[in-house]
Design a protein around this ligand. Structure first.
Ligand code: A2P
Length: 337
């Protein structure tokens, strides 16, 4: 289905961390929209927000919200996506959904524009899924290498920022740091253990095989996005006391023999990803380097010492931006191109 060149756009979850970032991306990228509807819970209804110099009023998300909307960007959680995305799609609106609710549906494309952008154009359910943030950032680093060497296996550990849990995660880290500095007792509500001055090897719930749901997303979503059903992935996802931007340490094994110079050259001219890789001069990326930016940075590329035909690397990316809001807006851009 083709979408209008100047669509009427809605954001479901407009007051949340990703919703606010979607607005920033639409504005900074001069997305050619005709109108913008901001949807959130009844708690936010009536709130005024400035977009492109104009005051917009947040409305309560209801089943009637999607009449006269061409593209709806959803970021209000999986339950609300399951409830409202089919209603919006039924109204003829194309939904770009940030939740995991539809990612494995064979009739819903799962899209990273730099990798499989053409998949966005075939959306029989009128729903397109935005992948998991850690998966997007990891694949931004691995896809250029895959084109040259042929990706077979990913062995990864993630270092995921607290803003991945929304404002609650940020507040929990801040409150715990303050309590510790003041010698007061630490309380935990968002995370099962203290996150301040600690790292937690659990993100989302544990599945029967001992992996967490977050870890299995990297496997299932990586296969679908890259059309590599045989791709092998093993992953440990870790929450770290960093405000924003996820990092991933990754061993990637390939079909063909690898060398570091050729690997580095794979990033030349690749959109959305750049090298920061000159260890002799202290150049390697940290989460702060990607924070509030659109680019994922790759460094520490080296031949793996244990796994044949494998490279070991480190990638960082802003999970609110490329891991969510920016990727969704880029998908919307594909629809109107
Ligand atoms: P609100 O701010 O009114 O609660 P985050 O992921 O950062 O927590 O953001 C979640 C987003 O989803 C917010 O915009 C929030 O709106 C919205 N949201 C949460 N619950 C509902 C609901 N029942 N109906 C509509 N929007 C909701």
């Amino acid at each position: 289905m083709s979408t209008k060149a100047q669509p009427r756009v809605a954001i479901a979850g407009a007051t949340g961390a990703v919703g606010v970032e979607i607005m920033k991306c639409l504005e900074s990228r001069h997305f050619p929209l005709t109108s913008l509807k901001l949807l959130a819970s009844h708690r936010s209804a009536g709130k005024q927000v400035v977009f492109c110099g104009k005051r917009l009023t947040v409305e309560e998300l209801t089943a009637d919200s999607f009449n006269n909307v061409d593209i709806a960007l959803f970021s209000a959680g999986g339950d609300l996506s399951l409830k409202y995305a089919p209603i919006a799609a039924e109204c003829g609106c194309v939904v770009i959904d940030n939740s995991s609710a539809f990612r494995q549906d064979p009739d819903v494309p799962l899209v990273v524009p730099e990798i499989n952008g053409e998949a966005a154009l075939n959306h029989p359910r009128n729903i397109i899924a935005n992948p998991n943030c850690t998966t997007i950032i990891t694949l931004m680093a691995l896809y250029p290498l895959h084109l040259r060497f042929g990706l077979r296996t990913i062995i990864a550990s993630s270092y995921q920022a607290v803003s991945g849990s929304g404002q609650h995660g940020i507040s929990e880290l801040e409150n715990q740091v303050r309590a510790i500095v003041n010698g007061e007792p630490v309380t935990c509500s968002t995370y099962p253990r203290q996150i301040a001055f600690n790292v937690l090897p659990q993100i989302d719930r544990f599945m029967e095989n001992g992996y967490t749901k977050e870890e299995l997303k990297m496997l299932n979503e990586g296969r679908k996005i890259m059309s590599l059903p045989e791709l092998q992935v093993t992953c440990t996802c870790v929450r770290v006391p960093v405000y924003r931007s996820h990092s991933i340490s990754c061993v990637a094994q390939f079909e063909k023999p690898v060398d570091v110079d050729t690997a580095r050259a794979c990033y030349d001219g690749m959109p959305g990803v750049a090298l920061m890789d000159d260890p002799a001069h202290g150049v390697w990326p940290t989460p702060l380097d990607s924070t509030n930016g659109d680019t994922c940075y790759v460094g520490r590329i080296r031949k793996d010492l244990a796994v044949p035909n494998a490279l070991n690397l480190w990638v960082v990316g802003d999970q609110v931006r490329k891991g969510a809001a920016l990727n969704a807006v880029q998908i919307a851009e594909l629809l109107i191109r």
